[in-house]
Design a protein around this ligand. Sequence first.
Ligand SMILES: NC(=O)c1ccc[n+]([C@@H]2O[C@H](COP(=O)([O-])OP(=O)(O)OC[C@H]3O[C@@H](n4cnc5c(N)ncnc54)[C@H](O)[C@@H]3O)[C@@H](O)[C@H]2O)c1
Length: 333
Amino acid sequence: MNVGVLGYGYWGPNLVRNFMQQDGFTVVALADLREDRLKVAGKAFPSMQLSRDANELFNNPEISVIVIATPASTHYTFAKKAIEHGKHVLVEKPLATKSNEVAELFELAEKHGVKIMVDYTFLYTGSVQKIKKTLQNADFGQIHYIDSTRINLGVFQYDTNVIWDLATHDLSIIYYLIDERPYQVQAIGAAHMGNGVENIAYLTLRYRSGLIVHLNCSWASPVKIRKMIIGGNKKMIIYDDIEPTDKLKIYDYGYSMITDEYRHNVLVDYRLGDVSIPKFSLQEALSVMVEDFYNIVANNGKPLYTPQLSIDITNTLIAADQSLKQDGQMVNL
Ligand SMILES: NC(=O)c1ccc[n+]([C@@H]2O[C@H](COP(=O)([O-])OP(=O)(O)OC[C@H]3O[C@@H](n4cnc5c(N)ncnc54)[C@H](O)[C@@H]3O)[C@@H](O)[C@H]2O)c1
């Protein structure tokens, strides 16, 4: 299948490389508004058709798959156009900025008999797959909290704030791992560049089961941290994506309430067991994602997640934006 890639900035080249490596896909055309980016692409791929006009990809009958790696605010329009031209489409996160747009794109794809998938890259990592299996095991107990830090000296986006850029990853991971959805979200942030786009934000999600989730997102940190702690009452996980190999540590630690023999005092009984470092595939997540996308497009394979995951993520991001504007008021979901 011939593939056309839209957007060759920071992330586009990673997608092109992985689509080129996938049997059954060939990237034949690229479009980017920036001449300098097309020049870079032309040097790497001399036979590639290059254009500044996205329509050249949509109107090319040889192309059956469009990959969208342009800024977030363009995703909905480009994805819609691709579908209406009968192309399968792989869209970078976030899929769209309104939940009705997300639902519309999935419905439209079904109507036109094409596939649409969002690149939630982290779901394709061996680590997230391993966490999913670990949580499904009954001996993990009840999950009480998730605390995630996703900070670095990142690319300051101009069209979306840090929540849409970074919290999308955390939400995709958490919503994939846990079926329950939060009922309230709170977000506090700051925009230091004078353009009203928050570059630092803290999100809190509250769940009816008592689970509490806290996300720390920043483009202004001197160090890159990608660390998530998942705390259960019987086990706890530390997921550190920056670690080259030992990304996961499972702590056989727990706590429970006990009372003394006269039932006067409530005490906490701590259990400190072993710490294990599970092994899993370290294959590049993007290559697994592209392989999965190929299987969906070519063999009608089952996607890793349903459209509802994208809708839930979008609704949470919209509510978080609302909370930001209301100076951190809790917003119901
Ligand atoms: N999955 C991940 O882990 C991951 C990582 C980084 C970025 N992303 C996503 O990838 C997307 C792109 O991010 P980026 O960091 O590469 O941004 P970027 O700004 O570096 O690149 C975007 C490119 O799109 C081009 N572009 C913009 N409007 C265009 C148009 N109308 N027609 C043609 N080209 C156009 C720009 O010229 C630019 O070269 C974003 O949605 C971002 O969230 C995903």
